[in-house]
Ligand binder design. Structure first.
Ligand SMILES: *Cc1c(COP(=O)(O)O)cnc(C)c1O
Length: 546
């Protein structure tokens, strides 16, 4: 007689993919996935949300415990699906919330396959050909941004934040060699713009540099770093004897799609090396987690325009290209496929121009005795991660292979066209004012004004004249109320879900400018949903009144 546990094990074997081909069980496995997809499908509606809005009860969640007995696959699936209730559908045309893309089906399959077979990217021993997928995705991205792909290398990591961590860690080792062993012995700074992502500060604090050592350079109204101030502030830091761990150029800011002048920044960096006779070259990182995708337009023939974009779109694409085409001047680049590559979370690539830079952050093989018994490809020597999923590169490849250059160009071109159409319509109304008209991405930041406000003069006065502080703050509050109305209408399936940013940027006198934000990422977006934003604003103004 077999012990009781054994029959449980036998039962549970059915809940695993079979190790040896079993077509009947494969059908069961496939059916289980289909069942989940079917159940999610039943949660879809005209609303840009799955199921119903839910009140989140965290107190009840903390009381959750494991059951004594096993459950069936079907029961667990149903439970898991229920967690999707209330989730926004980023791919819904009524959803214009943030830089979160819907994922393509091949990228979802790319994400899924490794979760069945658990390749570990730490080494080729454990990832086999999935290691090639990582190298291929990196090679494709390197070539797109203009790196020599025979010199470049890349590693997938845990988000855009991770790419910044790798970059600043690398730069720190250049500026202060040996820090990995000895710890930080001198003050080192990171230089970025005030509209750079907050993860620059996160990384500085986690690396022990200290968030206070992130020098945030003011930006122009176009949300680009003021390069003359960058030069001054960099010079001041060097004069004060500080090391420069990294200069971060933001190539596509999170809120407004601002693009730093990377070429000018690289020239400033080189000048500083001469001026101070530095014995290291400060690491220049391009945080292009959003902007990288526009590199597909580097070789697009804007005059012949074979894809037939309208003139205004061509202008917008050219406006972005004039910055993005210099990406290869950076020593390293952050790429998020889960932002503008239409891939599921998490798919982020840290790219370096020269492979040797990865050696700067490598560990001694003797410190990892159980790894790397064979082969030559061992990313785990320099990655922060030990276990590392193959899902990132496989998902990235899924989207890249599906779309090709022209697919990605068409999708991005469409999103930019939609966003530009919104800008055009908002410009045509006296009650609205577009804040980032000179940024050419899929995001539009704007403010709505109460009746009677002169939107030709007031926005400029609010921005620069401290006497308008109270007016600005009152209009901030007005925009919050407009947002609440738009939001509640959208959740009922009318209008569009947009978002609100509490501080699009600060005024010249240091007050926060609240803005409404439309981030168009859905391939299903269309002009009628752009109109829906305007109609919704009009209804919200009626309700909010003065
Ligand atoms: C989103 C974003 C990040 C952080 O990336 P995650 O993938 O969310 O970790 C960093 N920089 C910029 C400019 C971003 O927009």
């Amino acid at each position: 007689m077999k012990p009781r546990y054994y029959s449980l094990v036998k039962e549970l074997r059915r809940a695993f993919p079979q190790p040896v081909s079993d077509r009947i069980h494969d059908a069961y496995f496939g059916h289980a996935i289909m069942q989940a997809i079917d159940q999610v499908d039943a949660m879809k509606s005209e609303r840009p949300m799955l199921g119903e809005p839910v009140e989140l009860d965290f107190a009840a969640a903390r009381k959750c415990r494991i059951d004594d007995d096993s459950a069936t696959l079907e029961d667990v699936t149903e439970k898991l699906v229920s967690y999707l209730s209330g989730l926004f559908v980023w791919g819904h045309p009524r959803s214009q919330i943030n830089v979160i893309p819907p994922a393509t089906i091949p990228s979802i399959i790319g994400n899924l396959l490794p979760s069945i077979y658990n390749p570990n990217l730490v080494s080729e021993e454990t990832s086999r050909s999935v290691a090639l997928a990582e190298v291929e995705a990196a090679a494709i991205a390197a070539d797109l941004v203009g790196y020599d792909s025979s010199q470049a290398a890349g590693v997938f990591t845990f988000g855009g934040t991770g790419t910044l961590l790798y970059a600043i860690r690398t730069g720190l080792e250049k500026a202060c060699p040996g820090t990995a062993q000895t710890g930080l012995k001198e003050e080192a700074v990171v230089v970025c713009s005030e509209t750079a992502h907050y993860s620059c500060r996160t990384v500085a604090s986690w690396l022990g540099l200290g968030a206070e050592n992130v020098i945030e350079v003011p930006t122009s109204p176009e949300n680009e770093v003021r390069t003359c101030l960058l030069e001054t502030m960099l010079r001041d830091a060097l004069k004060a004897g500080k090391k420069v761990a990294a200069i971060v150029a933001t190539m596509g800011t999170t809120d407004a799609f601002g693009l730093d002048d990377l070429k000018e920044i690289a020239e400033i960096r080189d000048r500083m090396v001469d001026e101070f006779s530095l014995d290291y070259i400060p690491h220049l990182h391009a945080d292009a987690v959003i902007g990288w995708a526009w590199s597909v337009f580097n070789d697009y023939d804007m005059d012949a325009n074979p894809l037939g974009f309208r003139h205004r779109t061509i202008r917008a694409l050219a406006g972005t290209r004039r910055r993005i085409r210099h990406l290869s001047l950076a020593d390293s680049i952050g790429v998020d496929f889960h932002k503008t590559g239409f891939a599921p979370y998490v798919s982020s690539l840290y790219l370096v121009k020269t492979q040797a830079d990865l050696e700067l952050i490598a560990r001694e093989p003797s410190s990892m005795p159980y790894l790397f018994q064979s082969g030559e490809h061992h990313p785990g020597r320099y990655t922060l991660e030990t276990s590392s999923s193959g899902s990132g590169p496989m998902a990235a490849l899924g989207s890249l292979r599906l779309l090709g250059k022209n697919g990605l160009r068409s999708l991005l071109g469409h999103l930019v066209t939609m966003s530009d159409t919104l800008t055009e319509h908002l410009d045509g109304h006296t009650s609205t004012h577009v804040l980032n008209a000179e940024n050419f991405g899929p995001v539009t930041l704007f403010r709505v004004y109460p009746p009677g406000v002169d939107t030709f003069s007031v926005p400029a006065q609010e921005y620069s004249n401290p006497e308008f502080r109270e007016t600005l703050l009152a209009h901030n509050e007005y925009n919050r109320r407009i947002f609440d109305e738009i939001q509640s209408e959208a959740l009922q399936g009318r209008g569009v879900v947009i978002s609100l940013t509490e501080c699009y940027r600060e005024t010249e006198y240091g007050a926060p400018i609240v803005a409404l934000k439309s981030y168009i990422m859905s391939p299903f977006s269309d002009e009628k949903y752009v109109d829906a934003v305007l109609e919704s604003i009009a209804r919200a103004r009626e309700i909010v009144g003065q």
